[in-house]
Design a binder for this molecule. Structure first.
Ligand SMILES: [Zn+2]
Length: 571
């Protein structure tokens, strides 16, 4: 079991055992069909043979092609982006999928607006007769939230609003009905994390992400929102705020949703200095905000600011392929598999002079995984009961925009989407004793499904490694969760067979430091595929089980996405 040859034998054995176990489960469910719960497996016996279609070639070929220098890093709206889309659509067509986008098209066009804001070198505030000046870059970073040539705040008052959260399920409302129209809201980052019963304790929920905070301020009709940066509450240092927010920012074209004019971040030190000028103690206010009884605190500080924006419009697309379900009723429902096809294109050269950001692991590997699952689905003698939609989504690296567009313009109504399974990255280092997924603990149905499938591969399910970092909200499945769809972001394990303890973690850290979002994330002919094959087969079985299960998976009661699901289901 520890050397490199034995696992192959064990793998064959596992498949045989798997077949036996599935047959037993299916036999059991026939008798107790009425009591069927989502924790049973609904994987047909024929799946074992179809899963053989997921082999090294099925994974390596698309991975090698998509990360080739000829694809030029698949930068948004580039020739490489178009080539990748053409390849993915053609591959789905070869496998027998149908065009999945409206108008019998393979591609769902996604238009995006790029905004590059120019901020003044200093931002001036008035506290009574005192003037306070914050320095751009060192003290604050701001950007426009309107797609206009200018974004402005005029003589607006600052109000401290604690976390800036309204969460009925936790009976939490930081605004308490106060009129915040036209104000500049100053907010703490993260969500309440000191009590396991409040906002799931240490786990960062959507309420703790900057995306939520700016949207929350917009719902109040505010003019601007400033998030106070601290390294523990953000999970990253100030320098990440500086580099991530100072370049061009892409968004979907503005609709009728409320928008603030200006969004920004300020360092804790500069916020403290600003508050002091108005005779307010930041630390005391933060303490007050850690209570349900907190009310917004007007700070007696006013400010004006004007940003000029360069606006740019570009087009890309999501590639969608459909395998219609075999059941006359359930075919109207769908399981959506996603992987983003974009990366960073051609950019600044690294030390070796390489400027092509190939994005092999991120995310040619995820596309290869989903394509291999599509191949196995196509190899089944009978199609799954529900439809399967393969979605290679665009512009993930620009802020999950392709999946946001798809979730806002879904090809099946949200209540008819059984689940989303997303892939970003893959394990190219060998087999693991464990499996993990981001977002585990939010849906008992999905947790049990993955645990059972892992057990059949002789593996164990591990919890999410860093729940406080909010990874669930930083990848494409999140946009589906937002419209209520239960979502799985499947990840490989870290406990590698034949390697010392801690090796997997070291490899992950090595990748993050030296290859993640760098030109060196490129194809390696020495990669091993055993682990990726096993992970992909697990995803294939999970897809089938969800597609064939008479019952839809659900979020856990009280989960942050439960209300959206109920709404989607008309409950
Ligand atoms: Zn990435």
């Amino acid at each position: 079991m520890q050397d490199s040859k034995r696992p192959v034998l064990k793998h064959i054995l596992a498949c045989v055992l798997f077949l036996g176990a599935v047959t037993a489960v299916l036999a059991g469910t026939e008798k107790t069909a009425k009591k069927a719960t989502t924790t049973n497996l609904f994987v047909p016996a024929s799946a074992t043979k179809a899963a053989q279609a997921i082999n090294r070639g099925a994974l390596e070929a698309p991975l090698r092609f998509l990360s080739d220098d000829l694809l030029e890093g698949r930068g948004v709206a580039s020739r490489g982006d178009q080539t990748a889309r053409l390849y993915l659509a053609s591959s789905l067509e070869l496998l027998g999928f149908q065009p999945g986008a409206p108008g019998s098209s393979w591609q769902q066009p996604v238009e995006m607006v790029g905004i590059k804001s120019h901020a003044p070198k200093t931002w001036d505030f008035k506290a009574g007769n005192q003037a306070v000046e914050l320095k751009w870059w060192d003290d604050y970073i701001v950007f426009s939230k309107v797609q206009e040539p200018t974004a402005s705040i005029k003589n607006a008052e600052l109000v401290f609003v604690g976390y800036g959260i309204q969460a009925p399920e936790y009976k939490w409302d930081d605004f308490k009905g106060m009129d915040l129209k036209g104000k500049v809201l100053v907010m703490m980052n993260n969500d309440p994390d000191w009590d396991p019963k409040l906002f799931e304790g240490n786990r960062r929920l959507f309420y703790g992400r900057w995306v939520y905070k700016y949207e929350s301020a917009a719902r109040q009709g505010a003019a601007a929102a400033i998030i106070i940066h601290t390294t523990p509450s953000a999970g990253y240092p100030w320098q990440v705020v500086q580099t991530s927010w100072s370049g061009e920012q892409f968004e979907l074209p503005a609709g009728s949703e409320p928008r603030i004019q200006v969004a920004g971040w300020a360092t804790e030190d500069s916020t403290r200095r600003l508050f002091q000028a108005a005779g307010k103690d930041l630390d005391k206010l933060i303490q007050q905000a850690k209570s349900r009884d907190f009310k917004p605190v007007p700070l007696g500080i006013t400010t004006s600011l004007e940003l000029t924006d360069d606006i740019d419009r570009v087009k890309t697309a999501n590639v969608l392929g459909l395998m219609p379900g075999s059941d006359p009723k359930l075919k109207d429902e769908v399981v959506i598999l996603t992987a983003h096809h974009d990366h960073f294109g051609i950019g600044a050269p690294d030390k070796t002079g390489d400027k092509i950001y190939n994005g092999a692991v991120d995310n040619a590997a995820g596309c290869a995984t989903v394509l291999a699952i599509a191949k196995a689905v196509a190899a089944l003698p009978e199609r799954p009961k529900r439809s399967i939609l393969i979605a290679f989504v665009a512009a993930e690296e620009q802020g999950l925009l392709g999946s946001e567009y798809l979730a806002k313009h879904p090809t099946f109504p949200p209540g008819k989407i059984a689940a989303n399974i997303n892939y970003d990255g893959a394990n190219l280092l060998g087999r693991t004793r464990d499996v993990s997924y981001i977002g585990m603990g939010k849906s008992a149905d999905l947790d049990q499904l993955v645990a059972k499938l892992a057990a059949q591969q002789g593996r164990i399910l591990q919890g999410e490694p860093f729940p406080d970092r909010g990874y669930f909200y930083r990848s494409d499945q999140f946009n589906f969760a937002k419209i209520g769809v239960p979502a799985l972001y499947l990840k490989s394990g870290t406990d590698f067979i034949g390697k010392p303890a801690g090796w997997g973690k070291e490899q992950a850290e090595e990748f993050e430091a030296h290859r993640y979002h760098q030109p060196s994330d490129q194809f390696n002919p020495n990669w091993t595929y055993d682990g990726m094959i096993e992970d992909t087969r697990l995803g294939f079985f999970a897809t089938l089980s969800i597609a064939n299960n008479p019952t839809l998976p659900t979020w856990n009661p009280g989960d942050e996405f439960e209300a959206a699901r109920k709404k989607a289901l008309g409950k």
